[in-house]
Design a protein around this ligand. Structure first.
Ligand code: BES
Ligand code: ZN
Length: 653
């Protein structure tokens, strides 16, 4: 194998690495490395107003108060800005920020304007253009922005006490990915513009603040009944990874490097569920090299958290719905942990390269699961993933741009089918692994992470590196790999390495028997199956089932009593799409209790697709549950049920 040197690939240009001076508490100057801004065509992020080649943010220092009454953060952001020779202004991203004023490091006012929002793309927010001071670059300048977030800031969800497990204290959490952090942090909100950061956040007692960085120690007690919490992130990260949560939360240690935060009511169950975390971390390190973030803590959030998990560095955010009592949904922890290499260490520069973060991560997740839970479980999880990929391709057609891994021009990266990114990405890397051999592939992937650590990347770079180091001029191997077809093409390339059919042999036989004669698995057989096997059976049920069929299924397999929300979800989806009235109360309860978009949106869709029967039910449920959902989940369900602002959910008839 040859040496790996970053940024030597033909056709790619990087701006020079510039040394920066530093602020107090930060790494000394010689240790702070400013990641390059990639300027290749593929690296351009169309969802930022920033012009980093002229002036770029290298460090963010936040000093903010959490105001639960007004539902906003308020304070200052001090940005270190590296300006090119002659640069006169720096452009930041905002989404609804209320700016009080901008000064330089010495307290002199700086002129600024807030530009108009891009009419074609409201979610992009609006640019803040700040006139820089007198100095002639390239050098470092400070810009201090006094601001507050808007109450409807999309990155922040402010929860009433009733929306928490304890019911007594409010809660807030942020979700930055993809382009939401600009609604609470005025910075250059683009994944290719990496920044170090620090923060001081105050909150009323007894709330505790946690962030996606290392805590600087015990909070400072203030005189006004508040406490100040301080954090530092010395690794430069894409700004979507700056994250915060605050509530009545407590910590339980899991291992030497890991622990979990949750409301006290949830803490024991949370700690039990993530009990394998140290082994997962060790597996990741063994496979792909050093864990570079110090701690790996997690927080189990209230149920309105819209995702399964979010890989905020040093502090993964998790949905409480993954808790099943048996660690069967721990692929989620393996997944978020895997982002410590793919996504957080090496990050796509453009949202169009979603697979570079999520596909590579899903592949690593599977490798970690294999290491910790064994080959059978890993193969079953790959088989579930591959089946979703095949379904998605069948639904959209093999030539649909929605099935491409790198989002083609003319398609929004935020509309790309998740399966094209996660599941096709996994299948791609499984295929490369099988073609070049596991040992060579692991060595290459480890080197990819090492040589691009804390730097942005593109599909083009990934492929160039694969070619240079693994294909190495072997024309026959190049042909067998079909690299471009995988990354840029649609559908599933025919060299794909499929999951072993034996992974689900027993379940698939049961599925066939059920489809042929409605023969049900024995209750003992069902209980002996892994969660993945149970999911496979439910996912492969016939589309159309009668009320008698559904009643018999539930009676035999106790589906509606499952303690695993993945199983419960599949049961409810099958029931609702078949207008099974007895499941409606439980669906109502589930949709009020769970805010995870992956569960909520498909259940509303299943109801809606039945026509009048389900639309009436969906409208009724949504009237009660909408206010509790996160803006992301709400946005999706609004689209399904035709909800219009100011009106009711679309009425039926
Ligand atoms: N980074 C994602 C969540 C995300 C993706 C947020 C895109 C915003 C935009 C996270 O790592 C993720 O993939 N979560 C999955 C986990 C699953 C694949 C195990 C989820 O939430 O379901
Ligand atoms: Zn992910």
């Amino acid at each position: 194998m040859r040496l790996f040197i970053p940024f030597r690939h033909a056709g790619l240009m990087a701006l020079p690495l510039l040394a920066a001076s530093c602020t107090a508490d930060q790494l000394p100057e010689e240790e702070r490395v400013i990641a390059p801004i990639l300027t290749s065509a593929q690296a351009i992020d169309e969802f930022t107003y920033a012009r980093p080649a002229e002036a770029r943010v290298t460090h963010v220092a936040l000093d903010l108060d959490l105001d639960f009454e007004a539902r906003r953060v308020e304070g200052t952001a001090t940005l270190d800005v590296q300006a090119a020779q002659g640069a006169r202004e720096v452009v930041l991203d905002s989404n609804g920020l209320v700016i009080g004023g901008v000064t330089d490091g010495q307290g002199n006012d700086l002129q600024f304007t807030i530009g108009a929002a891009d009419p074609g793309n409201a979610e992009k927010g609006e640019p803040i253009t700040i006139q820089l001071g007198q100095s002639t670059g390239p050098d470092l300048q400070q810009v201090v922005i006094a601001y507050a977030s808007a109450p409807e800031a999309e990155a922040l969800q402010w929860l009433d006490p009733e929306q928490t497990a304890g019911g007594r204290y409010p809660f807030v959490f942020s979700q930055g990915q993809a382009i939401l952090n600009r609604s609470w942090i005025p910075t250059q909100d683009s994944p290719g513009i990496r920044q170090t950061w620090e923060a001081r956040i105050t909150a009323p007692e007894p709330l505790t603040v946690v962030m996606s960085g290392i805590s600087r120690g015990d909070p400072e007690e203030l005189e006004n009944g508040r406490r100040a919490f301080e954090f530092t992130m010395d690794n430069s990260v894409p700004p979507y990874l700056i994250a915060l949560a605050a509530g009545n939360i407590e910590f339980a240690e899991v291992g030497a490097r890991s622990g979990v935060w949750a409301e006290p009511e949830m803490l024991a169950a949370a700690a039990e569920e993530v009990g394998d975390t140290e082994e997962l971390i060790d597996a990741g390190i063994g496979l792909f090299g050093e864990y570079r973030w110090g701690r790996y803590d997690m927080i189990v959030l209230p149920p309105s958290f819209p995702y399964g998990g979010m890989e905020n560095p040093t502090l993964t955010f998790l949905t409480p719905t993954f808790i099943a009592g048996d660690r069967s949904n721990n692929g989620l922890v393996a997944h978020e942990l895997a982002h410590s290499w793919s996504g957080n260490l090496v990050t796509y520069s453009s949202w169009r390269d979603g697979w570079l973060n999520e596909g590579v991560t899903s592949y690593i997740e599977n490798r970690i699961v294999e290491q910790v839970y064994g080959e059978d479980r890993a193969e079953q999880e790959y088989a579930l993933s591959f089946a979703s990929l095949e379904d998605m391709v069948e639904t959209n057609g093999a030539d649909s741009p929605l099935t491409a891994m790198r989002t083609p021009d003319g398609t929004s990266p935020f509309d790309t089918a998740g399966e094209a990114i996660y599941d096709k990405g996994t299948a791609f890397l499984k295929t490369v692994e099988a073609t070049v051999g596991r040992e060579a592939f692991d060595e290459w992937l480890t080197n990819w992470f090492d040589s691009h650590a804390f730097q942005p990347a593109t599909s083009e770079m990934f492929l160039a590196s694969l070619r240079e180091d693994l294909v190495a001029g072997d024309a026959e191997l190049e042909e067998r790999l079909m690299l471009d077809e995988w990354v840029y093409g649609t559908g599933i390339p025919d060299n794909v390495v499929r999951p072993d059919a034996a992974a689900f042999a027993e379940v698939d036989a049961a599925v066939t028997a059920y489809a042929a004669s409605k023969a049900l698995p024995q209750a003992t057989t069902w209980r002996g199956w892994t969660a993945a096997e149970q999911r496979r059976f439910l996912a492969e049920l016939p589309e159309r089932l009668s009320a008698d069929d559904l009643a018999a299924l539930d009676r035999a397999l106790s589906l509606s009593r499952s303690g695993n929300n993945e199983i419960l979800f599949l049961w409810l989806e099958a029931a609702l799409r078949n207008e099974y009235e007895p499941a409606v109360p439980q669906a109502r309860e589930f949709l009020a209790r769970v805010g995870r978009n992956k569960f909520v949106a498909p259940l509303f869709q299943a109801l809606w697709d039945t026509g009048e029967w389900g639309q009436r039910i969906a409208t009724g449920i949504y009237d009660d549950t909408r206010a509790g959902y996160h803006s992301m989940t709400r946005g999706n369900v609004d689209g399904i049920v035709g909800y219009e602002a100011g009106g009711e959910a679309a009425s039926v008839n």
